[in-house]
Design a protein around this ligand. Structure first.
Ligand code: ATP
Length: 597
Protein backbone atom coordinates (compact mmCIF):
# COMPACT_ATOMS: atom_id res chain seq x y z
CA UNK A 1 0.00 0.00 0.00
CA UNK A 2 1.19 3.50 -0.72
CA UNK A 3 0.15 6.64 1.17
CA UNK A 4 -2.43 7.23 -1.52
CA UNK A 5 -4.32 4.04 -0.73
CA UNK A 6 -4.67 3.90 3.06
CA UNK A 7 -8.38 3.96 3.69
CA UNK A 8 -9.99 6.33 6.17
CA UNK A 9 -12.04 3.31 7.31
CA UNK A 10 -8.90 2.04 9.07
CA UNK A 11 -8.86 5.15 11.26
CA UNK A 12 -12.63 5.06 11.74
CA UNK A 13 -12.45 1.50 13.06
CA UNK A 14 -9.61 2.45 15.40
CA UNK A 15 -11.69 5.33 16.77
CA UNK A 16 -14.68 3.03 17.35
CA UNK A 17 -12.49 0.54 19.19
CA UNK A 18 -10.86 3.27 21.29
CA UNK A 19 -14.23 4.54 22.44
CA UNK A 20 -15.06 1.03 23.68
CA UNK A 21 -11.70 0.44 25.37
CA UNK A 22 -11.80 0.96 29.08
CA UNK A 23 -8.15 1.66 29.80
CA UNK A 24 -5.88 4.34 28.43
CA UNK A 25 -3.19 1.68 27.92
CA UNK A 26 -5.42 -0.20 25.47
CA UNK A 27 -6.20 2.95 23.54
CA UNK A 28 -2.50 3.76 23.33
CA UNK A 29 -1.78 0.25 22.09
CA UNK A 30 -4.21 0.68 19.22
CA UNK A 31 -2.50 3.88 18.19
CA UNK A 32 0.87 2.12 18.33
CA UNK A 33 -0.47 -0.69 16.13
CA UNK A 34 -1.68 1.84 13.60
CA UNK A 35 1.73 3.50 13.49
CA UNK A 36 3.71 0.24 13.30
CA UNK A 37 1.55 -1.89 11.05
CA UNK A 38 -0.36 0.48 8.83
CA UNK A 39 1.57 3.64 8.73
CA UNK A 40 5.13 2.60 9.27
CA UNK A 41 7.53 4.70 7.24
CA UNK A 42 4.74 6.79 5.75
CA UNK A 43 3.60 10.34 6.06
CA UNK A 44 2.49 10.16 9.70
CA UNK A 45 1.20 13.71 9.63
CA UNK A 46 -1.67 12.84 7.28
CA UNK A 47 -3.11 10.50 9.93
CA UNK A 48 -2.02 12.25 13.14
CA UNK A 49 -3.66 15.52 12.05
CA UNK A 50 -6.98 13.62 11.89
CA UNK A 51 -6.43 12.14 15.36
CA UNK A 52 -5.49 15.50 16.94
CA UNK A 53 -7.59 17.84 14.79
CA UNK A 54 -7.53 20.63 17.38
CA UNK A 55 -3.74 20.94 16.95
CA UNK A 56 -3.67 21.06 13.18
CA UNK A 57 -3.08 24.62 12.09
CA UNK A 58 -2.15 23.85 8.48
CA UNK A 59 -5.61 24.46 7.09
CA UNK A 60 -6.98 27.06 9.47
CA UNK A 61 -10.61 27.14 10.44
CA UNK A 62 -13.45 25.29 8.67
CA UNK A 63 -15.98 27.96 9.56
CA UNK A 64 -18.49 25.22 10.42
CA UNK A 65 -19.78 24.92 13.95
CA UNK A 66 -22.67 22.58 14.78
CA UNK A 67 -25.49 24.81 13.57
CA UNK A 68 -23.80 25.58 10.25
CA UNK A 69 -22.91 21.90 9.83
CA UNK A 70 -26.54 20.94 10.49
CA UNK A 71 -27.75 23.30 7.76
CA UNK A 72 -25.05 22.10 5.37
CA UNK A 73 -25.94 18.44 5.99
CA UNK A 74 -29.64 19.11 5.42
CA UNK A 75 -28.69 20.51 2.01
CA UNK A 76 -26.07 17.88 1.25
CA UNK A 77 -28.58 15.11 1.94
CA UNK A 78 -31.30 16.92 0.02
CA UNK A 79 -33.70 16.89 3.00
CA UNK A 80 -36.83 19.02 3.09
CA UNK A 81 -36.32 21.76 5.70
CA UNK A 82 -39.30 20.65 7.75
CA UNK A 83 -38.73 16.90 7.47
CA UNK A 84 -38.25 15.03 10.76
CA UNK A 85 -34.60 14.29 9.96
CA UNK A 86 -33.84 17.91 9.08
CA UNK A 87 -35.45 19.04 12.34
CA UNK A 88 -33.51 16.42 14.22
CA UNK A 89 -30.25 17.83 12.86
CA UNK A 90 -31.18 21.43 13.43
CA UNK A 91 -32.40 20.71 16.96
CA UNK A 92 -29.43 18.49 17.76
CA UNK A 93 -29.16 19.87 21.27
CA UNK A 94 -32.51 18.38 22.16
CA UNK A 95 -31.47 15.08 20.65
CA UNK A 96 -32.28 12.67 17.93
CA UNK A 97 -34.59 9.69 18.20
CA UNK A 98 -34.31 7.04 20.92
CA UNK A 99 -35.54 9.33 23.66
CA UNK A 100 -32.81 11.83 22.99
CA UNK A 101 -29.99 9.56 24.17
CA UNK A 102 -27.65 11.39 21.84
CA UNK A 103 -28.90 14.84 22.73
CA UNK A 104 -26.19 17.45 22.73
CA UNK A 105 -23.72 15.41 20.67
CA UNK A 106 -24.07 16.66 17.13
CA UNK A 107 -22.07 13.88 15.45
CA UNK A 108 -24.13 11.13 17.12
CA UNK A 109 -27.42 12.76 16.17
CA UNK A 110 -26.10 13.14 12.61
CA UNK A 111 -25.02 9.47 12.56
CA UNK A 112 -28.62 8.44 13.38
CA UNK A 113 -29.87 10.44 10.42
CA UNK A 114 -27.10 9.25 8.12
CA UNK A 115 -27.64 5.61 9.03
CA UNK A 116 -31.03 5.70 7.40
CA UNK A 117 -29.60 7.15 4.21
CA UNK A 118 -26.17 5.67 3.72
CA UNK A 119 -25.47 1.97 3.25
CA UNK A 120 -23.31 -0.01 5.67
CA UNK A 121 -20.60 -0.44 3.06
CA UNK A 122 -17.81 2.07 3.00
CA UNK A 123 -17.31 3.93 -0.23
CA UNK A 124 -13.57 3.43 0.08
CA UNK A 125 -12.54 7.01 0.92
CA UNK A 126 -8.79 7.24 1.44
CA UNK A 127 -7.04 9.36 4.04
CA UNK A 128 -5.47 11.40 1.28
CA UNK A 129 -8.86 12.07 -0.30
CA UNK A 130 -10.27 13.09 3.06
CA UNK A 131 -7.42 15.50 3.73
CA UNK A 132 -7.86 17.03 0.28
CA UNK A 133 -11.60 17.43 0.88
CA UNK A 134 -11.01 19.04 4.30
CA UNK A 135 -8.54 21.46 2.68
CA UNK A 136 -11.26 22.40 0.26
CA UNK A 137 -13.86 22.95 2.99
CA UNK A 138 -11.45 25.25 4.83
CA UNK A 139 -10.55 27.20 1.72
CA UNK A 140 -14.09 27.74 0.38
CA UNK A 141 -15.75 30.95 1.39
CA UNK A 142 -19.44 30.22 1.11
CA UNK A 143 -21.61 27.52 2.57
CA UNK A 144 -22.88 26.17 -0.75
CA UNK A 145 -19.34 25.30 -1.77
CA UNK A 146 -18.61 23.69 1.58
CA UNK A 147 -21.88 21.76 1.29
CA UNK A 148 -20.88 20.40 -2.13
CA UNK A 149 -17.68 18.97 -0.64
CA UNK A 150 -19.64 17.41 2.24
CA UNK A 151 -22.03 15.85 -0.27
CA UNK A 152 -19.12 14.26 -2.13
CA UNK A 153 -17.79 12.87 1.16
CA UNK A 154 -21.20 11.37 1.99
CA UNK A 155 -21.06 9.44 -1.29
CA UNK A 156 -17.73 7.90 -0.43
CA UNK A 157 -18.39 6.89 3.19
CA UNK A 158 -20.78 5.00 5.42
CA UNK A 159 -22.57 6.57 8.40
CA UNK A 160 -19.93 5.54 10.88
CA UNK A 161 -17.10 7.07 8.86
CA UNK A 162 -19.09 10.21 8.22
CA UNK A 163 -19.72 10.57 11.94
CA UNK A 164 -15.95 10.66 12.55
CA UNK A 165 -15.45 13.16 9.75
CA UNK A 166 -17.97 15.46 11.42
CA UNK A 167 -16.13 15.10 14.70
CA UNK A 168 -12.86 15.94 12.96
CA UNK A 169 -14.45 19.07 11.51
CA UNK A 170 -15.70 20.00 14.99
CA UNK A 171 -12.18 19.28 16.26
CA UNK A 172 -13.25 17.05 19.13
CA UNK A 173 -13.17 13.27 18.81
CA UNK A 174 -14.13 12.42 22.41
CA UNK A 175 -11.92 9.32 22.33
CA UNK A 176 -11.17 9.37 26.04
CA UNK A 177 -7.43 9.52 25.44
CA UNK A 178 -5.47 12.66 26.16
CA UNK A 179 -3.43 14.52 23.62
CA UNK A 180 -0.49 13.95 25.99
CA UNK A 181 -0.86 10.16 25.68
CA UNK A 182 -1.03 10.33 21.90
CA UNK A 183 2.10 12.46 21.83
CA UNK A 184 3.97 10.18 24.25
CA UNK A 185 3.05 7.11 22.26
CA UNK A 186 4.20 8.76 19.07
CA UNK A 187 7.58 9.84 20.42
CA UNK A 188 8.90 10.69 23.92
CA UNK A 189 9.88 14.20 22.76
CA UNK A 190 6.78 14.94 20.68
CA UNK A 191 4.93 16.98 23.28
CA UNK A 192 7.95 19.15 24.10
CA UNK A 193 8.63 19.84 20.46
CA UNK A 194 5.00 20.65 19.78
CA UNK A 195 4.81 23.01 22.74
CA UNK A 196 7.63 25.18 21.44
CA UNK A 197 6.69 25.11 17.75
CA UNK A 198 2.91 24.49 17.65
CA UNK A 199 3.70 22.70 14.41
CA UNK A 200 2.24 19.19 14.19
CA UNK A 201 3.62 18.61 10.73
CA UNK A 202 7.14 19.38 11.87
CA UNK A 203 6.72 17.08 14.89
CA UNK A 204 5.57 14.20 12.67
CA UNK A 205 8.39 14.72 10.22
CA UNK A 206 11.24 15.26 12.69
CA UNK A 207 10.32 12.52 15.12
CA UNK A 208 9.64 9.61 12.79
CA UNK A 209 12.08 7.37 14.61
CA UNK A 210 10.95 6.68 18.14
CA UNK A 211 14.35 5.37 19.24
CA UNK A 212 16.13 8.58 18.27
CA UNK A 213 15.86 11.21 21.01
CA UNK A 214 15.53 14.83 19.99
CA UNK A 215 17.57 17.58 21.61
CA UNK A 216 15.28 19.88 23.56
CA UNK A 217 14.48 22.82 21.40
CA UNK A 218 13.95 26.37 22.61
CA UNK A 219 11.37 28.84 21.34
CA UNK A 220 12.00 30.88 18.19
CA UNK A 221 10.71 34.22 16.95
CA UNK A 222 8.11 33.60 14.24
CA UNK A 223 6.89 30.23 15.59
CA UNK A 224 3.91 30.27 17.93
CA UNK A 225 4.63 28.87 21.39
CA UNK A 226 1.99 27.00 23.33
CA UNK A 227 0.90 29.46 26.02
CA UNK A 228 1.45 28.90 29.69
CA UNK A 229 -1.95 28.56 31.35
CA UNK A 230 -3.41 29.08 34.77
CA UNK A 231 -4.84 26.49 37.16
CA UNK A 232 -8.14 27.40 38.77
CA UNK A 233 -8.38 27.54 42.55
CA UNK A 234 -11.46 28.02 44.71
CA UNK A 235 -10.39 30.79 47.05
CA UNK A 236 -7.57 33.09 48.04
CA UNK A 237 -6.52 30.91 51.02
CA UNK A 238 -6.04 27.85 48.78
CA UNK A 239 -4.08 29.90 46.28
CA UNK A 240 -1.89 31.28 49.05
CA UNK A 241 -1.24 27.79 50.45
CA UNK A 242 -0.25 26.49 47.04
CA UNK A 243 2.28 29.26 46.61
CA UNK A 244 3.56 28.91 50.17
CA UNK A 245 6.93 30.54 50.68
CA UNK A 246 7.11 31.95 47.18
CA UNK A 247 7.29 35.57 46.12
CA UNK A 248 3.92 36.26 44.60
CA UNK A 249 2.56 38.83 42.22
CA UNK A 250 -1.22 39.17 41.78
CA UNK A 251 -2.55 40.58 38.54
CA UNK A 252 -5.91 41.54 37.15
CA UNK A 253 -7.23 38.83 34.80
CA UNK A 254 -8.06 40.78 31.68
CA UNK A 255 -10.89 39.55 29.54
CA UNK A 256 -9.65 39.82 25.95
CA UNK A 257 -7.78 37.67 23.46
CA UNK A 258 -4.58 35.98 24.54
CA UNK A 259 -2.08 37.07 21.91
CA UNK A 260 1.64 36.49 21.49
CA UNK A 261 3.35 39.24 19.56
CA UNK A 262 6.41 38.08 17.60
CA UNK A 263 8.55 40.92 16.28
CA UNK A 264 11.36 40.13 13.90
CA UNK A 265 12.64 43.44 12.59
CA UNK A 266 9.75 44.89 10.61
CA UNK A 267 7.87 41.58 10.50
CA UNK A 268 5.18 41.19 13.13
CA UNK A 269 2.90 38.27 13.92
CA UNK A 270 -0.05 38.06 16.29
CA UNK A 271 -0.55 34.46 17.38
CA UNK A 272 -3.69 33.49 19.27
CA UNK A 273 -4.14 30.62 21.70
CA UNK A 274 -4.92 28.17 18.93
CA UNK A 275 -1.62 29.05 17.23
CA UNK A 276 -3.24 30.95 14.37
CA UNK A 277 -1.79 34.20 13.08
CA UNK A 278 -4.19 37.16 13.20
CA UNK A 279 -3.17 39.63 10.51
CA UNK A 280 -6.33 41.64 11.21
CA UNK A 281 -4.53 43.15 14.22
CA UNK A 282 -1.72 44.50 12.05
CA UNK A 283 -3.57 47.60 10.99
CA UNK A 284 -4.24 48.95 14.43
CA UNK A 285 -1.07 47.73 16.07
CA UNK A 286 1.98 47.13 13.88
CA UNK A 287 3.22 50.73 13.76
CA UNK A 288 2.77 51.11 17.48
CA UNK A 289 4.83 47.99 18.06
CA UNK A 290 7.57 49.17 15.71
CA UNK A 291 7.77 52.59 17.34
CA UNK A 292 7.60 51.53 20.95
CA UNK A 293 9.65 48.38 21.19
CA UNK A 294 13.31 49.07 21.61
CA UNK A 295 14.74 45.76 20.36
CA UNK A 296 14.99 44.20 16.91
CA UNK A 297 13.54 40.86 17.90
CA UNK A 298 11.26 39.84 20.73
CA UNK A 299 8.20 37.83 21.76
CA UNK A 300 5.63 39.43 24.07
CA UNK A 301 2.89 37.53 25.87
CA UNK A 302 -0.29 39.36 26.77
CA UNK A 303 -3.90 40.17 26.12
CA UNK A 304 -5.42 42.13 23.22
CA UNK A 305 -8.16 44.43 24.51
CA UNK A 306 -10.18 47.42 23.44
CA UNK A 307 -9.63 50.84 25.03
CA UNK A 308 -12.39 53.40 25.03
CA UNK A 309 -10.88 56.88 24.74
CA UNK A 310 -14.09 58.66 25.79
CA UNK A 311 -14.56 56.77 29.07
CA UNK A 312 -10.81 56.14 29.55
CA UNK A 313 -11.58 52.53 30.38
CA UNK A 314 -11.17 49.13 28.79
CA UNK A 315 -14.30 48.23 26.85
CA UNK A 316 -16.21 45.02 27.41
CA UNK A 317 -14.98 41.81 25.83
CA UNK A 318 -16.17 40.85 22.39
CA UNK A 319 -15.48 43.94 20.36
CA UNK A 320 -11.88 43.19 19.29
CA UNK A 321 -12.70 41.96 15.80
CA UNK A 322 -15.04 44.88 15.12
CA UNK A 323 -12.43 47.39 16.22
CA UNK A 324 -9.75 45.69 14.11
CA UNK A 325 -12.11 45.93 11.12
CA UNK A 326 -12.88 49.62 11.78
CA UNK A 327 -9.14 50.38 12.01
CA UNK A 328 -8.54 48.60 8.71
CA UNK A 329 -11.27 50.62 7.04
CA UNK A 330 -9.98 53.86 8.54
CA UNK A 331 -13.25 54.57 10.43
CA UNK A 332 -13.29 57.12 13.23
CA UNK A 333 -14.08 55.62 16.61
CA UNK A 334 -13.69 56.21 20.34
CA UNK A 335 -12.47 52.67 20.61
CA UNK A 336 -9.08 51.32 19.70
CA UNK A 337 -7.08 48.15 20.12
CA UNK A 338 -4.84 48.11 23.14
CA UNK A 339 -2.33 45.38 23.87
CA UNK A 340 -1.46 44.68 27.49
CA UNK A 341 1.85 42.81 27.71
CA UNK A 342 2.19 40.80 30.92
CA UNK A 343 5.29 38.79 30.01
CA UNK A 344 8.24 38.65 27.66
CA UNK A 345 9.62 35.41 26.23
CA UNK A 346 12.37 36.39 23.85
CA UNK A 347 14.71 39.38 23.64
CA UNK A 348 17.30 40.09 20.93
CA UNK A 349 18.78 36.71 20.07
CA UNK A 350 17.84 34.84 23.21
CA UNK A 351 14.90 33.03 24.67
CA UNK A 352 14.30 34.33 28.21
CA UNK A 353 11.68 31.81 29.29
CA UNK A 354 14.22 30.17 31.63
CA UNK A 355 14.71 33.37 33.60
CA UNK A 356 12.53 34.15 36.60
CA UNK A 357 9.34 36.18 36.24
CA UNK A 358 10.97 38.99 38.24
CA UNK A 359 13.78 39.16 35.69
CA UNK A 360 11.36 38.96 32.79
CA UNK A 361 9.23 41.80 34.16
CA UNK A 362 12.41 43.90 34.40
CA UNK A 363 13.13 43.10 30.76
CA UNK A 364 9.56 43.95 29.81
CA UNK A 365 9.97 47.41 31.31
CA UNK A 366 13.24 47.92 29.41
CA UNK A 367 11.99 46.68 26.05
CA UNK A 368 8.50 48.21 25.85
CA UNK A 369 7.81 51.93 25.99
CA UNK A 370 4.19 52.07 27.12
CA UNK A 371 1.76 54.18 25.15
CA UNK A 372 -1.44 55.00 26.97
CA UNK A 373 -4.48 53.12 25.73
CA UNK A 374 -2.47 51.44 22.97
CA UNK A 375 0.40 49.43 24.32
CA UNK A 376 0.56 48.81 28.03
CA UNK A 377 2.72 46.75 30.33
CA UNK A 378 1.46 44.96 33.39
CA UNK A 379 4.00 45.08 36.19
CA UNK A 380 3.66 46.12 39.83
CA UNK A 381 5.48 49.34 39.00
CA UNK A 382 5.39 51.37 35.82
CA UNK A 383 3.04 51.50 32.86
CA UNK A 384 -0.63 50.87 33.45
CA UNK A 385 -0.30 50.70 37.21
CA UNK A 386 1.30 54.12 37.54
CA UNK A 387 -1.21 55.78 35.26
CA UNK A 388 -4.43 54.44 36.73
CA UNK A 389 -7.08 57.02 37.45
CA UNK A 390 -7.36 58.40 40.92
CA UNK A 391 -9.22 56.08 43.24
CA UNK A 392 -8.91 53.14 40.88
CA UNK A 393 -7.55 49.94 42.36
CA UNK A 394 -4.24 48.69 41.05
CA UNK A 395 -3.75 46.24 38.20
CA UNK A 396 -0.79 44.35 39.54
CA UNK A 397 0.66 44.05 43.02
CA UNK A 398 3.28 42.12 44.96
CA UNK A 399 1.37 40.28 47.70
CA UNK A 400 2.91 39.63 51.11
CA UNK A 401 -0.06 38.11 52.92
CA UNK A 402 -3.23 36.25 52.09
CA UNK A 403 -5.14 39.38 53.11
CA UNK A 404 -3.37 41.30 50.33
CA UNK A 405 -4.71 38.71 47.88
CA UNK A 406 -8.24 38.83 49.34
CA UNK A 407 -8.35 42.61 49.13
CA UNK A 408 -6.97 42.68 45.61
CA UNK A 409 -9.50 40.04 44.51
CA UNK A 410 -12.41 41.91 46.05
CA UNK A 411 -11.41 45.26 44.60
CA UNK A 412 -10.76 43.82 41.16
CA UNK A 413 -14.10 42.05 40.99
CA UNK A 414 -16.02 45.00 42.31
CA UNK A 415 -14.44 47.36 39.82
CA UNK A 416 -13.78 45.25 36.79
CA UNK A 417 -14.90 41.69 36.37
CA UNK A 418 -13.27 38.42 35.50
CA UNK A 419 -10.88 37.61 38.32
CA UNK A 420 -7.20 37.62 39.22
CA UNK A 421 -4.10 35.62 38.36
CA UNK A 422 -1.43 34.79 40.96
CA UNK A 423 2.09 34.06 39.75
CA UNK A 424 5.24 32.81 41.41
CA UNK A 425 7.80 35.55 40.78
CA UNK A 426 10.61 33.00 40.84
CA UNK A 427 9.11 30.76 38.15
CA UNK A 428 10.12 30.15 34.55
CA UNK A 429 7.66 30.48 31.70
CA UNK A 430 6.75 26.94 30.67
CA UNK A 431 5.19 26.30 27.26
CA UNK A 432 1.81 24.59 27.56
CA UNK A 433 2.03 24.29 31.34
CA UNK A 434 -1.07 24.38 33.55
CA UNK A 435 0.48 22.75 36.58
CA UNK A 436 -0.05 25.60 39.01
CA UNK A 437 2.73 28.16 38.60
CA UNK A 438 -0.04 30.51 37.60
CA UNK A 439 -3.25 30.27 39.56
CA UNK A 440 -6.52 31.94 38.63
CA UNK A 441 -9.21 32.96 41.00
CA UNK A 442 -12.65 33.85 39.70
CA UNK A 443 -16.01 34.21 41.37
CA UNK A 444 -18.01 31.01 41.07
CA UNK A 445 -20.99 32.35 39.21
CA UNK A 446 -24.30 30.58 39.54
CA UNK A 447 -24.94 29.37 36.00
CA UNK A 448 -27.32 31.41 33.90
CA UNK A 449 -30.32 29.12 34.51
CA UNK A 450 -30.34 30.13 38.14
CA UNK A 451 -30.40 33.89 37.63
CA UNK A 452 -32.19 35.93 40.26
CA UNK A 453 -34.80 38.36 39.02
CA UNK A 454 -34.70 41.39 41.29
CA UNK A 455 -36.31 44.83 41.14
CA UNK A 456 -34.41 48.10 40.80
CA UNK A 457 -35.43 50.29 43.76
CA UNK A 458 -32.76 52.97 43.62
CA UNK A 459 -29.76 54.30 41.80
CA UNK A 460 -26.29 55.47 42.86
CA UNK A 461 -24.69 58.08 40.66
CA UNK A 462 -21.70 55.80 40.10
CA UNK A 463 -23.90 53.74 37.75
CA UNK A 464 -24.85 51.17 40.35
CA UNK A 465 -28.33 50.02 41.23
CA UNK A 466 -29.87 49.21 44.55
CA UNK A 467 -32.07 46.20 43.97
CA UNK A 468 -34.75 44.69 46.17
CA UNK A 469 -36.73 41.52 46.82
CA UNK A 470 -40.50 41.46 47.22
CA UNK A 471 -42.21 40.69 50.51
CA UNK A 472 -45.29 38.69 49.63
CA UNK A 473 -48.30 38.79 51.91
CA UNK A 474 -50.38 36.37 49.88
CA UNK A 475 -50.13 34.83 46.48
CA UNK A 476 -53.05 36.65 44.93
CA UNK A 477 -52.16 40.31 45.25
CA UNK A 478 -49.21 42.28 43.93
CA UNK A 479 -46.43 42.86 46.46
CA UNK A 480 -46.34 46.32 48.01
CA UNK A 481 -43.18 46.02 50.10
CA UNK A 482 -39.63 45.47 48.91
CA UNK A 483 -36.51 44.92 51.01
CA UNK A 484 -33.12 46.19 49.89
CA UNK A 485 -30.97 43.30 48.80
CA UNK A 486 -27.71 44.34 47.14
CA UNK A 487 -25.85 46.88 45.06
CA UNK A 488 -24.96 45.90 41.53
CA UNK A 489 -23.21 47.74 38.72
CA UNK A 490 -21.24 45.43 36.45
CA UNK A 491 -22.42 43.29 33.60
CA UNK A 492 -24.11 45.70 31.20
CA UNK A 493 -22.49 47.35 28.21
CA UNK A 494 -22.41 51.16 28.15
CA UNK A 495 -25.27 51.18 25.64
CA UNK A 496 -27.44 48.88 27.77
CA UNK A 497 -26.72 50.97 30.82
CA UNK A 498 -27.68 54.20 29.04
CA UNK A 499 -30.94 52.67 27.82
CA UNK A 500 -31.85 51.48 31.30
CA UNK A 501 -31.13 54.83 32.95
CA UNK A 502 -33.11 56.66 30.25
CA UNK A 503 -36.06 54.35 30.90
CA UNK A 504 -35.97 54.89 34.68
CA UNK A 505 -35.15 58.61 34.72
CA UNK A 506 -38.75 59.92 34.70
CA UNK A 507 -39.36 58.00 37.93
CA UNK A 508 -36.37 59.19 39.92
CA UNK A 509 -37.44 60.67 43.25
CA UNK A 510 -34.73 63.02 44.50
CA UNK A 511 -33.82 62.31 48.09
CA UNK A 512 -35.05 64.86 50.54
CA UNK A 513 -33.32 65.76 53.76
CA UNK A 514 -33.38 63.86 56.12
CA UNK A 515 -33.15 61.04 53.63
CA UNK A 516 -36.69 59.84 53.40
CA UNK A 517 -37.36 56.33 52.24
CA UNK A 518 -40.48 55.84 50.12
CA UNK A 519 -43.05 53.82 52.09
CA UNK A 520 -42.85 50.65 50.02
CA UNK A 521 -39.12 50.13 50.54
CA UNK A 522 -37.51 48.63 53.59
CA UNK A 523 -33.87 49.41 54.26
CA UNK A 524 -31.54 49.26 57.25
CA UNK A 525 -30.10 52.23 59.06
CA UNK A 526 -26.84 51.86 57.22
CA UNK A 527 -26.66 55.16 55.40
CA UNK A 528 -23.99 53.94 52.98
CA UNK A 529 -26.65 51.85 51.33
CA UNK A 530 -29.05 54.73 50.73
CA UNK A 531 -29.11 55.38 47.00
CA UNK A 532 -28.75 58.85 45.50
CA UNK A 533 -32.23 58.54 44.06
CA UNK A 534 -35.13 56.21 44.75
CA UNK A 535 -37.46 54.88 42.10
CA UNK A 536 -40.73 56.67 42.72
CA UNK A 537 -42.85 53.60 42.84
CA UNK A 538 -42.13 49.89 42.28
CA UNK A 539 -44.66 49.50 39.50
CA UNK A 540 -42.60 51.93 37.37
CA UNK A 541 -39.43 49.95 37.79
CA UNK A 542 -37.61 47.24 35.88
CA UNK A 543 -36.44 43.74 36.75
CA UNK A 544 -32.76 42.82 36.41
CA UNK A 545 -31.60 39.24 36.08
CA UNK A 546 -28.52 39.01 38.21
CA UNK A 547 -26.08 36.26 38.87
CA UNK A 548 -23.45 36.08 41.56
CA UNK A 549 -20.85 33.99 43.25
CA UNK A 550 -22.54 30.89 44.65
CA UNK A 551 -21.52 31.81 48.16
CA UNK A 552 -24.10 34.19 49.50
CA UNK A 553 -23.22 36.26 52.53
CA UNK A 554 -25.19 37.04 55.65
CA UNK A 555 -26.20 40.60 55.27
CA UNK A 556 -25.59 43.21 57.90
CA UNK A 557 -26.03 46.10 55.56
CA UNK A 558 -29.17 45.31 53.60
CA UNK A 559 -32.64 44.58 54.86
CA UNK A 560 -32.79 41.09 53.31
CA UNK A 561 -31.21 38.39 55.53
CA UNK A 562 -28.65 37.39 52.90
CA UNK A 563 -26.88 39.29 50.19
CA UNK A 564 -24.80 38.36 47.18
CA UNK A 565 -21.07 38.24 46.69
CA UNK A 566 -19.87 39.78 43.42
CA UNK A 567 -23.30 40.30 41.88
CA UNK A 568 -23.36 40.91 38.17
CA UNK A 569 -26.21 41.92 35.88
CA UNK A 570 -26.90 39.24 33.35
CA UNK A 571 -29.63 41.09 31.47
CA UNK A 572 -32.41 43.61 31.83
CA UNK A 573 -35.85 41.97 31.84
CA UNK A 574 -37.99 44.58 30.15
CA UNK A 575 -40.25 41.69 29.25
CA UNK A 576 -41.02 40.68 32.83
CA UNK A 577 -43.64 42.60 34.84
CA UNK A 578 -42.34 44.27 38.00
CA UNK A 579 -44.57 42.24 40.37
CA UNK A 580 -43.01 38.95 39.27
CA UNK A 581 -39.71 39.75 40.93
CA UNK A 582 -38.12 37.27 43.33
CA UNK A 583 -39.44 37.35 46.90
CA UNK A 584 -37.52 37.10 50.15
CA UNK A 585 -38.88 33.72 51.19
CA UNK A 586 -38.09 32.05 47.87
CA UNK A 587 -34.58 33.45 48.00
CA UNK A 588 -34.00 32.25 51.57
CA UNK A 589 -35.24 28.78 50.52
CA UNK A 590 -32.83 28.86 47.61
CA UNK A 591 -29.91 29.71 49.90
CA UNK A 592 -30.83 26.93 52.31
CA UNK A 593 -31.23 24.35 49.59
CA UNK A 594 -27.92 25.27 47.98
CA UNK A 595 -26.21 25.08 51.38
CA UNK A 596 -27.70 21.64 51.86
CA UNK A 597 -29.75 22.67 54.91
P1 ATP B 1 -10.86 31.44 31.25
O1 ATP B 1 -12.00 30.85 30.51
O2 ATP B 1 -11.02 31.48 32.72
O3 ATP B 1 -10.36 32.73 30.65
P2 ATP B 1 -8.89 29.99 29.92
O4 ATP B 1 -8.99 28.51 29.82
O5 ATP B 1 -9.19 30.81 28.73
O6 ATP B 1 -9.72 30.43 31.14
P3 ATP B 1 -6.62 30.05 31.62
O7 ATP B 1 -5.33 29.48 31.32
O8 ATP B 1 -7.40 29.26 32.56
O9 ATP B 1 -7.40 30.33 30.27
O10 ATP B 1 -6.42 31.48 32.19
C1 ATP B 1 -5.37 32.21 31.64
C2 ATP B 1 -5.92 33.14 30.59
O11 ATP B 1 -6.25 34.35 31.22
C3 ATP B 1 -4.87 33.47 29.60
O12 ATP B 1 -4.94 32.63 28.48
C4 ATP B 1 -5.14 34.91 29.23
O13 ATP B 1 -5.94 34.96 28.07
C5 ATP B 1 -5.97 35.45 30.37
N1 ATP B 1 -5.30 36.49 31.16
C6 ATP B 1 -5.82 37.69 31.42
N2 ATP B 1 -5.03 38.41 32.20
C7 ATP B 1 -3.94 37.67 32.45
C8 ATP B 1 -2.76 37.86 33.21
N3 ATP B 1 -2.54 39.00 33.88
N4 ATP B 1 -1.85 36.86 33.26
C9 ATP B 1 -2.08 35.70 32.60
N5 ATP B 1 -3.19 35.44 31.87
C10 ATP B 1 -4.11 36.42 31.79
Amino acid sequence: MTDETVRFGVLGSMFEAMVRDRSAAKKRKRFRTLLDRVYTGRDYFSAVRLILPGLDRERGSYGLKESALAAALVDALGLAKDSPDALRLINWRKGGARSGANAGNFALVAAEVLQRRQGMASGGLTIKELNDALDQIASKENRAEKTAVLASLIKKTNAQEMKWILMIILKDLKLGISEKSIFHEFHPDAEDLFNVTCDLKLVCEKLKDRSQRHKRQDIEVGKAVRPQLAMRVGDAATAWRKLHGKHVVVECKFDGDRIQIHKNGEEIHFFSRNFLDHPEYEHGMSNIILQNITVERCILDGEMLVWDTSTQRFAEFGSNQEIAKAAREGLESDRQLCYVAFDILYVGDTSVIHQSLTERLDLLRKVVKPLKGRLEILTPNGGLNDRRLQGEPCWSLVAYTVEDVERFFKETIENRDEGIVLKDLGSKWEPGDRSGKWLKLKPDYIHAGADLDVLVIGLFFVAQFLVGLAVRSDSTSYPNRFVSFCRVGTGLSDEELDALITKLKPYFRKNEYPKKVPPFYEVTNNSKERPDVWIDSPDKSVILSITSDIRTIKSEVFAAPYSLRFPRIHRVRYDKPWHECLDVQSFVDLVHSSNGN
